[in-house]
Structures are given as structure tokens and as C-alpha cells.
Design a protein around this ligand. Sequence first.
Ligand SMILES: NC(=O)c1ccc[n+]([C@@H]2O[C@H](COP(=O)([O-])OP(=O)(O)OC[C@H]3O[C@@H](n4cnc5c(N)ncnc54)[C@H](O)[C@@H]3O)[C@@H](O)[C@H]2O)c1
Ligand SMILES: O=C(O)CC[C@@H](O)C(=O)O
Length: 535
Amino acid sequence: MRVLVADPLDEAGLERLRQGGVELDVRTGLPRATLLSRIGEYEAVIVRSETRIDAEVVEAGRRLAVIGRAGVGVDNIDVEAATRRGIVVVNAPEANTISAAEHTLAMMLAVARRIPWAHHALAQERRWERRRFVGVQLAGKTLGLVGLGRIGSEVARRARAFGMHVLAYDPYVVPERAAETGVELVELEDLLGRSDFISIHCPLTARTRHLIDAERLRRVRPGAYLVNCARGGIVDEAALAEALREGRLAGAALDVFAEEPPGDNPLLGLPNVVVTPHLGASTQEAQSAAALAVAEEVLRVLAGDVPRHAVNVPAISPDRWAWARPYLDLGRRLGRVFTELFGLPPAGRIEIVYRRELAHAPESEALTAATLWGILSPITPEGVSMANARLLACQRGIEVVESHSRPSGDRPGQEAGPAMLVQAQLGGQGQTVSVGGDLGPERRPRLLTIDGYRVHIEEPGHLLVSEHMDRPGIIGTVGTLLGRHRINIAYMQLGRDRPGGQAVMVLGVDGPVPEDVLRQLRQIPDLWNMRAAEW
Ligand SMILES: NC(=O)c1ccc[n+]([C@@H]2O[C@H](COP(=O)([O-])OP(=O)(O)OC[C@H]3O[C@@H](n4cnc5c(N)ncnc54)[C@H](O)[C@@H]3O)[C@@H](O)[C@H]2O)c1
Ligand SMILES: O=C(O)CC[C@@H](O)C(=O)O
């Protein structure tokens, strides 16, 4: 597996990738034409904020399975284009929270106490001008946060320690959560009119581009300061420059710009603007944590595992991750075995039933995505992942229905079935096919039912699954044929409705079974539906 590191990445991440056994290519600052011509050689690419992975780069990355962002913002990645191709986009959302929050406070203090100008006057011009650099205190002032996520909340905590009153505008946060951090949740217009300092902490999206525009800047309290350590495009820079020139704003502190590096951006020359070159995450701690976290995520995806922080895969909360992870594996295995045994249902409708401990689990969206990934993987092994499984299923006309049944059996008094069941109707006869499973005592996925017949498969490996008439001699014939082809049987399980009736046979075998052997097995009388599958 080849990984391209296209932006500077801390050594901790590079070392972790090397340990993970991938072939590493560190090529920072590649010209776009080179990136486009070389990206097709890699299974993964890792960037920070410099390299743009737009739709054209995604398209050229024919082998890409994962795009890693060593940080939070993914606005330099075309996530939609990546999702269409099944490329998982991972980031490191927690690694630089504290550093970005601390930088925000540093910028706020710098502009409020006029530190850069005072430093310049003394250090560069040897001028001792104490009266010229009188600032304002933070204590007793109101801070308005636009976005109360990880960084916004940490800024709030620190601002409160400075004695500030903190307001926040965040349409996706409930007032109770804001209150827990001692923050008053308000509407944006209210925040603009009441804040002495406004600090931006939302992501750059189509909805937040120019969220702070000329109109909103006119509503800002006269003499307020604006701090932006999120993304340049959230504020209309031309309108901000005008507000600063006219003195409607007392000052601004900017770590980020609509275009980076900013070139001859008018904001750079203004006497009341403090700037840093996107340094919010530039601490040793944040860089090494982000590099390590993204390296782990990239290795996870390359190993076929589910990442913890993918922006285009249904989320699982960090405190539920350990609980949910083996169920994702169960869903993927059940999905794959379902398609290997029955194919995709022509009726185009697959039902995924969640029971018992899964009946009310909040992770069903992720579980369904993992199951669909498994369902589609025998058909499009290269092009499907948890990121695009739903989209691909939809494009193939497959309707996916989730049902959540009672925790203890579907009817009162009925024994509970397996925690997860994948089922569908085959053809017009209305015959229902299904596979069901759960986790064993060691939390390993188990295949427990095939078409309602009980089995118990826990060991990952190759399976032969067939149906037969329960009569003497059949099992022996199968065993002899496999022996003749030197295929070792690891174990055998039988599920039957009654003695002498119909039965399901599952053989665990020590390797894949060649097609010509399967053909011979299918010719054994009173045995039908012989299929190879994998658990
Ligand atoms: N300067 C830097 O080096 C640096 C470092 C880290 C992060 N960042 C930027 O900071 C942003 C926030 O990071 P985070 O870790 O706090 O992310 P987060 O996802 O934890 O928080 C973002 C918050 O913004 C809110 N939000 C979304 N749309 C909004 C809108 N229209 N109006 C108001 N709020 C809205 C969300 O509900 C969420 O609570 C990142 O997206 C990134 O662009 C910059
Ligand atoms: O890579 C960086 O240093 C910046 C990261 C920051 O912008 C982020 O969104 O995490």
C-alpha cells in the first residue's frame, strides 16, 4: 500500500505509518500538475490545509481508499466527490482543540492590548511609547462565539476564567449544553449587537461562507473586535476591511484568510489588524497528536477496518466506540455472507432487523452502512466502502429497510432471535432468505442462523453452505470429494428441521474452494444450493 504525504506532517505520524508497513512517499508542496499525474499511484493521501483535494484530484486518484486530514477542517477536500467514489475521508478532530483555543485567546489579548504594534515600536524602532499603546481589558466584557463546538467551548471556558460574559450562536447546540459551559445561547443578530469581542468557531461550509457579511458587520456593536481563527471564507474580507477602515470595528485578529497565503489582501496593511499565518494548530503537541491520529485512521481504513473519525461515514460517539466496533464487524460479515449465499434480491428490498441490545442502539445508521458495505463487497469489492454503500445500494435500486423489534422476541413469550438479521424476499414466490448473528461471550461476531436454521460459526474463514435431504451417505460423499481435492474440512455443522427432512450443511474449510470442485459438489444427488462463502 502506498501513502502520499502531501503537506508537512509531524514525525510521530510518519513513524506510525512506517510501523504500519505502508510505503511512504513524503512530497510536500507538489505542483498541482504533478499531484494530478501522480495521485493515481497511491491508496492514501494525507494533507493539512495547504493541498486541495478537489473533484479533479479525487477522480485522478483511481486507487485511493482514504484521504487523511491531519486536523479538523476538511474544506480543502471535496468530500462529496470522495464519497461518490467510496473514498473514506478521515480527520483528527480532537488533536488541536486546545491549541486552537489557546491561539484564539492569544489573538484576542494581542489585539486588545496592542502587543504586536508595541513590540514593533520598541524592538524594531527603539521607541518607548507607553501612552500610544493603551488597550482594553477582557474582564467584564462580552464575548460572542459563532460556533460552540470543541474549540468554541474551550474558548468559552478560558474566557470565563478571564471574567468575560460569554454568548454563543450555534443552531445545532441546545441551550442546556450551552448552559453547562456557562454560555448564553442567542441568535446571531443578538450576538453581533451585544458582543465586545466576536470570535468565529464554526466550519466553512456552503452555509457559513460569508456568514459575517457587510450587512451583519453593520449590526456589530461599535468599537467591537473580531477574531477569526476558524476559516477566512466565513467572513467577507472586503466588508471587514471597510468596517475596520471606517472605525466601526476597533480591531481584528486573523489567523485565517479566504486565500492562503493571502497575497495582497487589504486586511494585511491595516493598522488595527493582527495577523498570523494559520498558526492555530501549530504547537508541538497538536501537530504530533494530529499526525498520530490521522496515521492511525489511515492505517485502519487500509486494513479494511472502520475508522473512528470519518467525516463521510455515519458517526459513533467516542464513548460508544468500543461497544459498537464489533457490531460493525458483525454487520459487515452478515452482509457479505448474505450476498455470497443468496445474491442481491431481485425484488430490490433488503430488511435489516435490529433486536435485543441493538433494538434501540443509536448506532443503527452506522451498522446499516457497515452491513450494506458487506452486502455490496462481493459485487464491487474495490469501489465500495462505508462511505458510499448507501448511495451505491440506492443506485442499484435496492431499498434498505431498518426494523427495530422488541428487546425480547418479536412476540410476547417468544424466544429472542439473533441480535441482527439480514433478510429479503427472493423472486415472485415470496420465499424469504436470511442470515442472523450476534456477538459471542468474547464479543466476536457469530453467524447464528441461515434461513432460520441454527448454526454457530465464530471462527473467521472459508465456508461451504448447502442444503440437502437428511439421509445417510450425503455428508460422506461431500467429505470424500473434498478429500480427493486435498481440501481440509476444519469443522462441520448441520441444521435440520426434523430427522429425515431438509437440512442445511455448513462446512468450514481451510482455504478457498475452486470453481470446478464446487461444480462437482453441485452434482451430488439430494444436495442443492452448494455455495462458497466467507465468515
Ligand atoms: N486556525 C486553525 O489552525 C484551526 C485549528 C482547528 C480548527 N480550525 C477551524 O475551526 C473550526 C471549528 O473546529 P471545532 O473542532 O470546534 O469543530 P466542531 O465541529 O467541534 O465545532 C463546530 C461548531 O460549529 C457549529 N456550526 C455549524 N454551522 C454553524 C453555523 N451556520 N453557525 C454557527 N455555528 C455553526 C457546529 O454546530 C459545531 O458546534 C474547524 O471547522 C476549522 O475550520 C482552525
Ligand atoms: O494543519 C494545520 O496546521 C491547520 C489545521 C486547522 O486548520 C484545522 O482545521 O485543523
